[in-house]
Design a protein around this ligand. Sequence first.
Ligand SMILES: [Zn+2]
Length: 191
Amino acid sequence: MLKTILLLLLLSSIFLIETKVGRRETPAPTIIRITRTIVQRELEPELPLRVFPIHEDDYVALSSPYGERDPGEIGGYGDDFHDGLDAYGTWRARILSIDNGLVITHYPPPDEYWRGHPVLGGYIEILHQDGSKSRYGHLGETFVHEGTYVHRGQLIGRQGGTGKCATDHLHLELEIDGRLVNPLRWVRPPR
Ligand SMILES: [Zn+2]
C-alpha cells in the first residue's frame, strides 16, 4: 500500500514537472505510460501473470526466497542478498519458460569439456515481449539455444545442480524495467 502511494506521488510529480516546463500539449511521454503500467501492477500485486517455471506435476517446494538472507544459509555462498527465487522439483524436473520470448543467453550445462556459467551452470536467459527478462540457473539439461523463440509454458530444460549449487534446484530471476524483482509477484507455485 505504501509503495502504491509512493508511486502515485511519483506520478503526480512527473505530471507537475511536465506542466511546469510547458510540455503538457505533447502526447503522453513514454515514462508516464511505463509508470502507469507499474501502478496497475502495484494495485494488483496478487495477480499471477506468468507460468510457474517448474512443471506442476514435477514441482515439490520453494527452497529460498528472493531478497535478504542469512549468509550461513545453504546456497548462500556468502551473499547477503538473493537475486532470485529457488524452487525444486523431482529429479530432472521439467523447466518451462514463464512467458513467450526469445532466448538471448544460453550456457549449456557444464561437462568435461565445458564449464558452463561460472555461478549458474546450465543457464538460460529469455527476453520477453514487454522487455522483461527471465533467467533460469543450475540446469541439468537445456533444449534451446540463443535465438530460439519460445512460447509460454514451453519445455526449455531440466532441473540440475550445475554451477555453484549445493543441491539440485532451479534458480529463477526476473528483471522488469531493468530491475530485479521478486519473482513470486509474477509467478505462483502450483500448490
Ligand atoms: Zn538462487
